[in-house]
Design a protein around this ligand. Sequence first.
Ligand code: G3H
Ligand code: 13P
Ligand code: ZN
Length: 309
Amino acid sequence: MPLVTSKEMFKKAYQGKYAVGAFNVNNMEIIQGIVEAAQEEKAPLILQVSAGARKYAKPVYLKKLVEAAIEDTGLPIVLHLDHGEDFEICKACIDDGFTSVMIDGSKHPFEENIELTKRVVDYAHKRGAVVEAELGRLAGIEDAVKVSEQDAIFTDPDEAVEFVERTGVDSLAIAIGTSHGAYKFKGEPRLDFDRLEKISNMLPGFPIVLHGASSVLPEFVELCNKYGGEIPGAQGVPENMLRKAAEMGVCKINIDTDLRLAMTASVRKHLAENPSHFDPRQYLKPARDAIKDMVVHKMRNVLGCSKKA
Ligand code: G3H
Ligand code: 13P
Ligand code: ZN
């Protein structure tokens, strides 16, 4: 089974009113934990690599690890570039065999975002890859880019339709109130479901993507805090809101922060309880299991994609 694109996955997800999980990967244990979960849950899977992850691990390592996961499990997996900021990185990933790339032109004016996205779409489609773009701007931190709450811009529904028509893009990330990282809301969590409904109705059958969709579960924040430095004021997207979004045309839900918290909580706990351990396998094995448990939970209880592979 080679790498696949998300085309068929999204078609099924849209019709079935569930979302496919797109999980960020940085190393072997994270990949293995996620893949074990997908195998157990019989769930479709997108593994995504950010520019930062690519730099951290070196491009060839993550690609080979994902290939190893496919060889080991026979699972259909999408290998996706997360937040590609220019044509060059999208081209490099497509040339490396990624089946999906995100061109994130959300920081550019509308016309420039269209032009950049169209250029990537033309390159990708000729080579059998699919493209996700972003319109509107999420608050939060992602790689070296920090967008303050005041600078966040919700997606305009009319612009979304024009954007999709003019670029031929395969999926679109929209801004409706989610944000990257562990601090998503200052007060009550609130997503603009009216806006999502409008965009979804104006683009029937078209896959919408939600970034910044970690739930920052208190249990893991508390564990991190108990065994190490404080993560004060952390707050994520309530899980019932994600389930609702998945029923409204959102076919891909991005999760990174929740994996980071699960892994870090496990490592901190293990080392605090076993201060004499220094073999990395002793703390990375439970950390890998923690990633797996988190992904099983997401697939089964939040995304609704278990048994949909
Ligand atoms: O949206 C960004 C993801 O959480 C990836 O984070 O760029 O620090 O790897 P990163
Ligand atoms: P979180 O920070 O909410 O996990 O979002 C991840 C993301 O959107 C990756 O592109
Ligand atoms: Zn993102």
